[in-house]
Design a protein around this ligand. Structure first.
Ligand SMILES: [Ca+2]
Ligand SMILES: [Ca+2]
Length: 302
């Protein structure tokens, strides 16, 4: 475990960092979040904006439209209790009391008496989503302003575990040269990915008996479900990769069945650590560590 002095100096940095889509990148290695906070953020990261409100309301136990530090800390004890029940461990929770983190200071100030308002939480989560999207885009485009279709495919397949992986990669290699994908197009696709459940519902309405759909129908369903359009270039790439039987359409099994696994990407992190593990994580989970964990497919950050 880090000595309290080190934790204080790490956490103190956050007071100088303003809310932005560069919050975590500006902090670099000078931040600290707990494993619980990491799981919490990861859980909301792939949700539509309506999910932010659900998360906030869950924290706001007394329902006064603001979250106090003690309400936020309940989250920690819920996850801790789950672990204890599972592991049959004795409570050692005393040791975690009073520990501060970057996120706690950011939300509640150094004194811990500031209240978190929904609009600030919403802005924080929105900025975090944007920041993670920028990090992933830069990672897969190798720092370029646009992404080649193959690079987009690599990003798409990175979190997708499926038995047809070899077929997908064969399809990727057959992709005809086309326009590169801009960050805006990539963002629109991420927005779509965060609304997959709405999309699945819309598709059920559109296609009786779950019939496979062509590009035109798919595009319309995306617009209806998410309010945004996907570019033809992105759609064409998606169809070429996932149309395993080559009929020019995507069946539910070919697309949703595969892509839904992506929803759970970071959430595959197993909660298998006891307290020792928890603090090992707290120590290890500097902001850079979180970036690394985001990059790794479903692997535990510890
Ligand atoms: Ca409250
Ligand atoms: Ca097909």
């Amino acid at each position: 475990m880090l000595p309290p002095l080190d934790i204080d100096s790490l956490v103190a940095q956050v007071t100088t960092v303003k809310q932005s889509t560069n919050l975590f990148r500006d902090l670099g290695d000078n931040g600290l979040i707990s494993y619980t906070e990491y799981l919490f953020l990861l859980g909301i990261l792939t949700k539509p904006h309506t999910g932010f409100h659900v998360a906030f309301s869950m924290l706001d136990t007394d329902g006064n439209q603001q979250v106090e530090k003690k309400e936020f800390l309940v989250l920690q004890s819920i996850i801790r209790q789950k672990k204890e029940v599972k592991l049959g461990a004795h409570s050692t929770s005393k040791s975690s009391k009073g520990m501060s983190t970057t996120l706690l200071v950011h939300f509640f100030g150094r004194g811990g008496d500031r209240k978190l308002q929904y609009k600030d939480f919403y802005r924080f989560m929105e900025d975090l989503q944007t920041e993670v999207q920028e990090i992933e885009f830069t990672e897969f485009s190798r720092g370029m302003k646009t992404m080649r279709r193959e690079e987009f495919a690599a990003w798409l397949l990175h979190f997708t575990e499926e038995q047809n992986r070899n077929t997908y990669w064969k399809n990727v290699r057959k992709l005809p040269p086309g326009e590169s994908i801009s960050f805006q197009e990539f963002r629109a696709f991420c927005h779509f990915m965060n609304h997959l459940e709405d999309f699945a519902f819309t598709m059920n309405m559109f296609t009786a008996a779950n019939r496979p759909v062509g590009i035109g129908q798919f595009k319309r369903a995306v617009k209806v479900a998410t309010g945004q359009e996907l570019s033809d270039n992105v759609l064409d790439t998606v169809f070429r990769i996932f149309d395993v039987d080559g009929d020019g359409c995507l069946s539910k099994q070919e697309f949703l069945g595969v892509i839904m696994t992506r929803l759970h990407r970071g959430l595959k992190v197993p909660i298998k650590h006891g307290f020792k593990g928890y603090f090992k994580c707290v120590k290890k989970e500097t902001i850079v560590g979180v970036h690394e964990a985001w990059k790794q497919t479903g692997r535990s950050p510890c």
